[in-house]
Design a protein around this ligand. Structure first.
Ligand SMILES: [Zn+2]
Length: 406
């Protein structure tokens, strides 16, 4: 992932060591705040003077600020502490899904500042950009007096090219090679970052986790209209040569299986997406091209879960069948990536108490060793808005992210 240009190695090396120290300082302040200058120097394993040079630089750039906390230590000079400065900056997070698009403004730590709004996703890109920029401009107008918008983070259910920002393929939206980033930046006059929703969710977990280990090696699985997976190894998002690394949603469970949004058959997504679970309940074949009958079209996975809780055996069976396939797919992820922890998000997580044992049993059955079969799984509820937090992290995290070398 880090490339070194042999011709410019010296220049890169010098710039990089400074960038890395800066990243280390910011990461330590973020995870330990409030932290004193002396403690920061100790955590960095450097002299206090060297740490202070960095601190002063970061304060000049308004990335951190220094303030006092608590009652202080009696007589003498009150100790001051360093904090990440997220007071006067905000970002706009956008989550584009197959059916609806969600918007939220957050501070740089991902804390929501205004309520979430949403509207139906128009698959016509120009129309979608027009609607989005109208709504973004209105959020900016509301905040004009007291804070600066740092930019817009957008997550999409598809593969994106990290360099150009183009959406390469978003099966559930029917998009191929779509320019969303530059067009939205031009329409809003704001910097725009775009990323696959699974990857952004993984990034947000790295960004939000304070200690506790496993930040460097984790996988985020987002189960919704489709299945998005983000893989983090050694603290870095894995993208791959053609930007499709981690697309476990399109790994086949059975080549003769149901039709997937990508056009192939039997992908993991075709067994565990919300549509797959609903189709199972309604006894429909996913190859069936006929639209879902109107009376069922508004029926959601949440409705299915409440029926299961109210004793509908068919609803419970549909959920548990999804749970088994979910566990089988997690086993593939464990066997391929062997992460320290897997996060799962999506509407179906509301039924975790009903499906957990089936998920874990399938994972244990197919993982190649017993300890791997017990890989830690953490659920992320819909109320935590992992995809919007992921979108916000696209803007907030780069200041803290590992630098690219040359
Ligand atoms: Zn597929």
């Amino acid at each position: 992932m880090r490339k070194i240009d042999p011709k410019r190695f010296q220049i890169a090396k010098r710039r990089t060591s400074r960038e890395i120290n800066r990243q280390i300082a910011l990461t330590l302040i973020r995870t330990h705040q409030p932290v004193s200058r002396a403690d920061l120097a100790r955590l960095m394993g450097t002299r206090r003077g060297a740490a202070s040079v960095l601190v002063n630089e970061l304060m000049e750039e308004a990335l951190i600020f220094e303030g006092a906390i608590g009652e202080g230590g009696g007589r003498g000079r009150k100790p001051t502490f360093l904090y990440i400065d997220s007071r006067e900056r905000y970002v706009i997070a956008v989550d584009i899904r197959a059916t609806r698009t969600y918007l939220m403004a957050t501070d740089l730590m991902g804390k929501p500042l205004v309520g979430i709004t949403n509207f139906p996703t128009n698959r016509d890109v120009d129309a979608l950009i027009a609607e989005l920029s109208k709504r973004i401009k209105s959020i900016v107008a509301d905040h004009q007096s007291n804070a600066t918008c740092q930019g817009v983070g957008v997550v999409v259910p598809g593969m994106t090219d990290h360099g150009s920002g183009r959406v390469l393929h978003a099966p559930t939206l029917g998009w191929r090679d779509v320019d969303l980033k530059d067009a939205l930046a031009a329409a809003t006059s704001l910097p725009v970052q775009i990323e696959n929703s699974g990857r952004a969710c993984a990034l947000a977990q790295v960004w939000a986790t304070r200690g506790g280990g496993h930040e460097g090696n984790l996988v985020f699985v987002s189960v919704s209209d489709g299945v998005g997976v983000g893989v983090v190894i050694n603290g870095e998002i894995v993208r791959g040569r053609y930007n499709i690394a981690g697309e476990f949603g399109h790994v086949p469970i059975s080549v003769d299986g149901p039709r997937c949004s990508c056009g192939a058959t039997g992908c993991w997504e075709a067994y565990v997406s919300n549509l797959a679970t609903l189709s199972r309940y309604f006894g429909r074949n996913q190859n069936d091209s006929k639209p879902i009958p109107a009376e069922n079209a508004t029926f959601t996975v949440e409705d299915l879960i409440s029926r299961a809780r109210n004793g509908d055996a068919k609803a419970l069976a549909a959920l548990q069948s999804t749970a088994r396939y979910l566990g089988l797919g997690l086993a593939s992820i464990v066997n391929a990536v062997d992460p320290g922890r897997i996060y799962i998000g999506g509407e179906i997580i509301a039924a975790w108490d009903l499906i957990e044992s089936a998920v874990r049993a399938a994972l244990a059955e197919r993982a190649l060793t017993a300890p791997a079969g017990r890989t830690e799984i953490r659920t992320v509820s819909v109320d935590e808005h992992p995809r919007l937090r992921g979108a916000a992290a696209l803007l907030a995290a780069p200041a803290f992210a590992a630098p690219m070398v040359a």
